[in-house]
Design a protein around this ligand. Structure first.
Ligand SMILES: Nc1nc2c(ncn2[C@@H]2O[C@H](COP(=O)(O)OP(=O)(O)OP(=O)(O)O)[C@@H](O)[C@H]2O)c(=O)[nH]1
Ligand SMILES: [Mg+2]
Length: 611
């Protein structure tokens, strides 16, 4: 077997927010990949708008640096559990990984998840205890917990022999000794050269697995992946092998490798390296690009199954079609299907109703990000409540279960326990420190997690952090009752006015401001009781009494509760929808007409009685 000593392929993996992208900044900057004084900013790799807004990585990305004549291909991955599919799809490009662990938080559920995958892929792991500058850093404890985690997951004794480096990614420093403050990031480069095996090279006809896709308006589709065998040059003929094993022929236009944030156009790339190819108009992640002489498919990338589903429906509200550029069934369907090329853990299915699509993903955030991207592109549609996906194994119903970790103050334990037991969670662990901070670990069915985040934030008054990670499928724990109150539903179309909203506020919490356009069946607030009630927020005060109408100025409305997209998805019930347009997020009843809703409720009651 031959190896290329001039290359290393490394993935950066960790729990969310443990500092992966910040560390990539330091590696890029200190490798002098940029011109001196070139201002490249921070979190360079989090390049798309949503990533910058949310402060999290959503998509895996490639970069590369040169260090002592060796090219290090670096793959940054997202740490949020909902985007695990992104980590799973790129990890096969690497031979080793940097496993970051926050020096205060220690190993978290997603740390375990990513380490398990790294072991499964046979990657060499380098542990980086990161953020050692944190005041609440507890390095000796974190090292101990890390050892425990390795002992739990390792399947070979070599896996237990891992180097540890202590870093402050944000300052660009690292050290192999926790008691000595590092001065630069070099110890990490050195650890990569010393520990990550150089890539194996197979000679023979070209073979590459597509692990990432990009698009360029001039060059068209760009397929990115690691070359396993042979080499490739511009103008060579190749075949693409898709999931069904079908072959299609193409001619390569241009060939690129990575360096810093740029792609370098090259005449040839050889096995072991990661490259980007243009000229292949159609490709999906997981496809193999190979020489026509030996068109063999590489094993496809296996991605964990989706756990949450919801329907995407053409917008049928009375305000439909006013703000969106793309509103039709065909446009909605085409956009969803296109997403499947790159979003590997997503599934899209047609349903009996031609304007409704069933979309499955890895969690609420995974689906919410897709919705947000689509509305920014000009799409308009409605979505239903996310629900956990069950499956039948040996005739029994199984449901997805997750690990939920909560860090908060001791005083909230009681309230959280009560809320979570209703959601069928089981407490697995509880640790306290001297300062009344607690870490609670639960196992909870995914269905119990849906809609939990907002009640969690309220219950802990913002003094809590929650994290989840997929655990597996377990036997169905039984149905759950919704604990949400009823809603205030607009009974008339028009524009909401202060007087009408003031009346509505006597019933509960409103969601809209005066001047907001509403329609019958739109949800305008939360009732303080369990049933839904119609309210006329457009109602004006009778004009006969002049004094009273002037006194409208004295009405002080409580500010409405404004929901983000994720909060809206969390909030709605099964008989409700979130209407999404480029400009608005509205909540509505599926059935808009009050009388029809009454009829449905009546019919359901009758049916229940007759049973
Ligand atoms: N104290 C301290 N904070 C850091 C350090 N490195 C990163 N951070 C902060 O940690 C937060 C998360 O950093 P990111 O680099 O975005 O973390 P990430 O692991 O890429 O996050 P995801 O990709 O979303 O999983 C940011 O607010 C950083 O400023 C560090 O060395 N010390
Ligand atoms: Mg990141």
């Amino acid at each position: 077997m031959e190896y290329r000593n001039d290359i290393r392929n490394v993935a950066i993996i960790a729990h969310v927010d443990h500092g992966k992208t910040t560390l990539v900044d330091a590696l890029l900057k200190q490798s002098h990949t940029f011109r001196e004084n070139q201002d490249v900013g921070e979190l360079i790799m989090d390049s798309n708008d949503l990533e910058r807004e949310k402060g999290i990585t959503i998509m895996s990305k490639n970069t590369a640096v040169m260090y002592k004549g060796v090219k290090i291909n670096i793959i940054d991955t997202p740490g949020h559990a909902d985007f695990s599919g992104e980590m799973e799809r790129v990890i096969s490009m690497a031979d080793g990984c940097l496993l970051l662990i926050d020096a205060a938080e220690g190993p978290m559920p997603q740390t375990k998840y990513v380490l398990k995958h790294a072991f499964q892929r046979g990657l060499k792991v380098i542990v980086i205890i990161n953020k050692t500058d944190r005041k609440d850093a507890r390095i000796p404890e974190v090292i101990k917990l890390t050892q425990d985690l390795f002992l739990e997951l390792a399947t070979t004794s070599e896996q237990l022999d891992y180097p540890v480096i202590y870093a402050v990614g944000r300052n660009g420093t690292a050290s192999i000794d926790p008691s000595i403050q590092g001065k630069d990031i070099e110890p990490i480069f050195e650890a990569i050269l010393a520990n990550v095996p150089p890539p194996e090279v197979k000679t023979g006809p070209f073979q590459m697995l597509v692990s990432n896709l990009d698009y360029d308006t001039h060059k068209g589709r760009i397929s990115i992946g690691r070359i396993w065998r042979g080499g490739i040059s511009p103008r060579e003929s190749v075949v693409r092998i898709n999931a069904k094993g079908e072959l299609a022929s193409y001619q390569i236009a241009e060939v690129f490798t990575f360096l810093g944030l740029k792609r370098l156009k090259v005449d040839k790339v050889e096995a072991g390296d990661i490259c980007a190819l243009t000229g292949i108009e159609i490709a999906s992640i997981g496809d193999t690009i190979a020489s026509p002489q030996q068109p063999e498919a590489l094993p496809r990338i296996e991605i964990g199954e989706p756990t949450v589903e919801m329907t995407f429906v053409v917008n049928t509200s009375p305000l439909a079609g006013r703000e969106g550029k793309f509103c039709t069934t065909r446009q909605l369907r085409e956009r969803l299907i296109k997403e499947l090329d790159t979003n590997l853990s997503l599934r899209v299915q047609d349903t009996e109703s031609s304007d409704t699509f069933l979309v499955k993903g890895r969690g609420e955030l995974h689906l919410a990000i897709l919705i947000e991207m689509m509305r920014r592109e000009g799409y308009e549609f409605a979505v239903s409540k996310p629900e956990a996906i069950t499956k039948i194994i040996d005739g029994k119903v199984f449901e997805p279960v997750e690990t939920l970790t909560i860090d908060t103050s001791e005083k909230y334990i009681g309230a959280l326990n009560e809320m979570l037991s209703k959601r069928q969670a089981r407490m697995m662990d509880m640790r306290k420190d001297e300062k009344d901070n607690v870490r609670l670990v639960f196992q909870i069915p995914t269905k119990g997690l849906l809609g939990f985040r907002s009640s969690f934030l309220t219950a802990t008054r913002g003094e809590g952090i929650m994290n989840t990670s997929f655990l597996g499928y377990e036997p169905w724990r039984g149905g759950m009752v919704s604990s949400r109150n009823g809603v205030l539903v607009a009974s008339e179309a028009g524009f909401a006015i202060t007087y009408g909203l003031n009346n509505a506020q006597e019933r509960g919490q409103t969601f809209i401001e005066p001047g907001t356009q509403v329609y019958e069946g739109m949800i305008v607030g939360l009732n303080s009781r369990l049933q839904d009630i119609p309210v006329n927020v457009c109602r004006e005060k009778k004009k006969t009494n002049i004094r009273a109408s002037v006194s409208d100025f004295s009405i002080h409305l409580t500010p409405p509760m404004k929901m983000s997209l994720e909060q809206a998805l969390d909030f709605i019930n099964k008989d409700e929808l979130v209407e999404v347009t480029p400009e608005h997020i509205r909540l509505r009843k599926k059935t808009l007409s009050f009388t029809q809703r009454l009829r449905t409720i009546g019919a359901a009651k009758k049916e229940a009685l007759s049973k």
